[in-house]
Design a protein around this ligand. Structure first.
Ligand SMILES: *[C@@H]1O[C@H](CO)[C@@H](O)[C@H](O)[C@H]1NC(C)=O
Ligand SMILES: *[C@@H]1O[C@H](CO)[C@@H](O)[C@H](O)[C@H]1NC(C)=O
Ligand SMILES: *[C@@H]1O[C@H](CO)[C@@H](O)[C@H](O)[C@H]1NC(C)=O
Length: 369
């Protein structure tokens, strides 16, 4: 028994030695990054589009290094920037930016567009935004441009080894199903039926992404939609999170985890990683003081109840210290709150990151030869 175990251990040890010998970790440099989704991850594509969903005027960007608006729905950096910083890459440019050309293509690209959802009929009020099928058409175009730059084989390898982030779903509730007291979708579906319908469409989207070459994909669930200042302002009596929207998130998110698990077993690899954004946001929403926030109910920039009405503009109320507010505007967390979410993405336990966190993915992938 003992000697058998020892032999196995020795073999394992020599295997480890061989693997570390053959793979020079991190020699290929920083990893590229692709981003798809909505305003939580749009880094400025909408600035180039005929839409009302834009963050192109002050005080957006007030805490960004340039102190100017960048198209990000944040006071400073957004979620993709903070992930890029953690993986040691520069931020990916919006795909529509004229600066994205030549060697810059090797860093990746951001295809996200504020206002969109899983469904094509989500966000129609914002007019000219990039829906998922359009984001994917641009991703194909990107791959052709990358091939022209570095050759087809190298382009394929780069896409295959790249980290991808997809953030979708919130708008299908707040800017579609629940947008008006009665909506076309709420007439068609109960909330649980709508969630199942969204998941079946989301599945198609993720499978399409797999066909396009993505092999490491972070898929964020919806945040606590009933707790954002806009919902507190319009539907909450005393500032308590709105039950209908919370319940919708709590039906949708577990179905998303189940669906990503199922695709992984279908493709035979842990390609899709579900991110429990709901729980991570709830941590600072339920106990803001523990995270150094003075409030999680009032938006830093806005007007009306909880600063949650209308949009954030130059004439809105603006809090003096953005770091002490969990929400920057009526919908989007502040840069500092996003930092806590990114920490969870990197080192969260398996109830936050299913089946594994990003540190584990990075360590694992750096050992692939
Ligand atoms: C959205 O529209 C595109 C293009 O018309 C179509 O291919 C796609 O299936 C639609 N998606 C959904 C969820 O209806
Ligand atoms: C793509 O990635 C997967 C898993 O990371 C790997 O098994 C496969 O060999 C890669 N394919 C190419 C063409 O690089
Ligand atoms: C997540 O990452 C940390 C390292 O930061 C690691 O110690 C931990 O075990 C990981 N958790 C899971 C569940 O993968």
């Amino acid at each position: 028994m003992m000697s058998g175990t020892r032999v196995v251990l020795m073999r394992l040890l020599s295997l480890v030695v061989v693997v570390t010998f053959v793979c020079t970790k991190g020699a290929e440099g920083a990893r590229a990054f692709f981003v798809f989704g909505d305003s939580l991850v749009d880094s400025g594509n909408n600035d180039y589009l005929p839409t009302t969903a834009r963050a192109d005027s002050p005080p957006y960007g007030t805490d960004y290094p340039t102190h100017r608006p960048t198209g990000r729905f944040s006071n400073g950096y957004n979620l993709p920037d903070l992930i890029s910083q953690h993986i040691g890459s520069e931020s990916t440019l919006p795909y529509l930016s004229p600066q994205l050309s030549g060697q810059k293509l090797l860093v990746g690209a951001n295809f996200a567009s504020a206002g969109i959802g899983i469904l094509n009929d989500t966000g129609i009020q914002f007019v000219g935004i990039l829906r998922m099928f359009q984001q994917f058409a641009l991703f194909e175009q990107y791959q052709q441009r990358l091939s022209a730059e570095v050759g087809a084989a190298q382009a394929k390898r780069l896409v295959n080894g790249t980290l991808v982030l997809v953030t979708l779903g919130g708008n299908d509730f707040v800017n579609n199903y629940f947008l008006t007291p009665v909506s076309a979708r709420s007439r068609q579906f109960t909330v649980p039926q709508f969630c199942r319908y969204l998941i079946s469409e989301y599945r198609n989207i993720l499978m399409r992404l797999y066909e396009l070459g993505a092999r490491r994909v972070l898929v964020t669930g919806t945040g606590p939609l009933g707790c954002v200042p806009s919902q507190l302002a319009t539907r909450s009596r005393n500032g308590e999170c709105v039950p209908q929207l919370q319940e919708a998130s709590q039906i949708f998110n577990p179905l998303l985890v189940q669906m990503t698990r199922q695709i992984n077993s279908q493709v035979g690899s842990e390609v899709f990683v579900a991110v429990n954004a709901f729980q991570m946001n709830m941590n600072f929403i339920t106990d803001p003081q523990r995270f150094g926030f003075v409030t999680s109910k009032i938006a830093c920039c806005g007007q009306g109840r909880f600063n949650g009405l209308g949009t954030c503009t130059a004439v809105s109320n603006l809090c003096p210290n953005r770091d002490t507010y969990a929400f920057w505007d009526a919908y989007h967390p502040s840069q500092r709150a996003l930092g806590f979410i990114v920490r969870g993405i990197f080192s969260g336990t398996s109830d936050i990151m299913t089946p594994m966190n990003l540190s584990t993915i990075m360590a694992f992938d750096s050992n692939i030869c």
